[in-house]
Design a protein around this ligand. Structure first.
Ligand code: RVK
Ligand code: MG
Ligand code: MG
Length: 319
């Protein structure tokens, strides 16, 4: 790291890092890896020559905004407030998972959304929708891994009750919390700390393999799909490969094809929490949409979240 970011920079980096990864990745959502390889020689080329025009974020950022708003308002994840924020922020054109969209529409209409979350898929959803939005929980509870685990669990429940959907969110939140600590990354202990917390071998095994990953060529072995088990560890592994470069981290995630917005959103949130907002390339940040709940709103929300974090620790706030 060149200049040491402040903790507030890390909060802002986490939320804007998520949004930029999501919005850049969204251009390539669903593309096969072969298409990406033909189009770009490297992550650097993608980052230096992004698609023209504004970058629009998707459901990943929209729902992370709801999580952050809930934390700012309540100081913790309150299930009912979180559902209210998800419903109030719901914009179908952001592009939601098939089941998540049905649950969110039911929330807005006052229907029994809990029944739907439990029964739309057998055992509930194991999509990556709970993990893609959980990063604010990671920075907010960064001092207490048990609180990260518990709060991430509650944050998943409105839409994802399957144990693998929940644990994906827990692992991602803890990956963010550990990255925000301000210590130089020790890859082995980072991945081992994450793996030790996991109950599901799908996560612990993949995390231990990710600790040994030494070439971007093998990143795709961790998956590029919409299932939490095919994307959460991929995002953490992308960060672990290039911890000192936000651009290469999200670029490598996007070059995998598949669920590019979400893998880049998750990887970008971790990288932003580690490196701070100054590490996000300024030309990418300049392209991020800035109306209503756009860039300025997200930046202020991240600063408010930092204020809520300080207040919860009993530290004097700036105001
Ligand atoms: C469009 C079988 C299951 C399942 C189960 C599959 C946005 C379904 C974001 C489902 C992210 C899909 C993504 C996604 C986030 C889940 N049995 N299949 N038990 N559980 N699936 O609908 O919020 O992009 O095919 O809960 O997790 O950018 O449609 O949505 O990429 O996973 O959607 O799960 O999706 P959902 P989500
Ligand atoms: Mg999306
Ligand atoms: Mg996606």
């Amino acid at each position: 790291m060149s200049t040491e970011p402040t903790l507030e920079d890390r909060f802002v980096g986490c939320l804007l890092g998520l949004a930029v990864g999501d919005a850049l990745g969204a251009h390539f959502e669903g593309q096969p890896v072969a298409f990406m390889e033909r189009k770009y020689r490297s992550a650097r080329q993608l980052i230096h020559s992004p698609p023209p025009g504004e970058l629009w974020y998707t459901d990943d950022t929209q729902m992370a905004i709801g999580v952050a708003e809930t934390l700012v308002r309540c100081g913790e994840v309150d299930f009912d407030v979180l559902c209210e924020r998800f419903a109030a922020n719901f914009l179908p054109q952001r592009g939601y998972g098939r089941g998540a969209r049905i649950v969110l529409e039911a929330m807005g209409a006052g229907h029994d959304h809990k029944y739907l979350a439990e029964n739309l898929f057998p055992g509930g959803s194991f999509g990556n929708g709970a993990a893609m939005r959980v990063a604010p929980v990671g920075v907010m509870f960064r001092d207490d891994p048990s609180a990260v685990w518990k709060q991430a669990h509650t944050s998943a429940l409105p839409t994802h009750v399957h144990p693998l959907g929940i644990e994906g969110a827990q692992v991602l939140a803890l990956a963010v919390a550990l990255a925000s600590q301000g210590e130089e990354l020790n890859r082995e202990s980072y991945f081992e700390t994450l793996a030790e917390r996991c109950g599901a071998p799908e996560y612990s095994g993949a995390l231990r393999r990710a600790a040994r990953l030494d070439t971007v060529r093998d990143l795709g072995l961790f998956g590029n799909g919409i299932e939490a088990t095919a994307s959460v560890v991929t995002a953490i592994a992308a960060f672990g490969l290039t911890p000192d470069s936000y651009g290469e981290t999200i670029g490598n995630a996007i070059l995998l094809g598949g669920d590019t917005d979400t893998i880049a959103a998750m990887a970008g949130a971790i990288s932003g929490a580690y490196l701070g907002v100054g590490a996000i390339p300024s030309d990418l940040l300049a392209k991020l949409e800035d109306r209503k709940q756009g860039k300025s709103y997200i930046e202020q929300l991240a600063r408010d979240l930092y204020g809520a974090y300080e207040a919860a620790r009993g530290l004097p706030t700036k105001d």
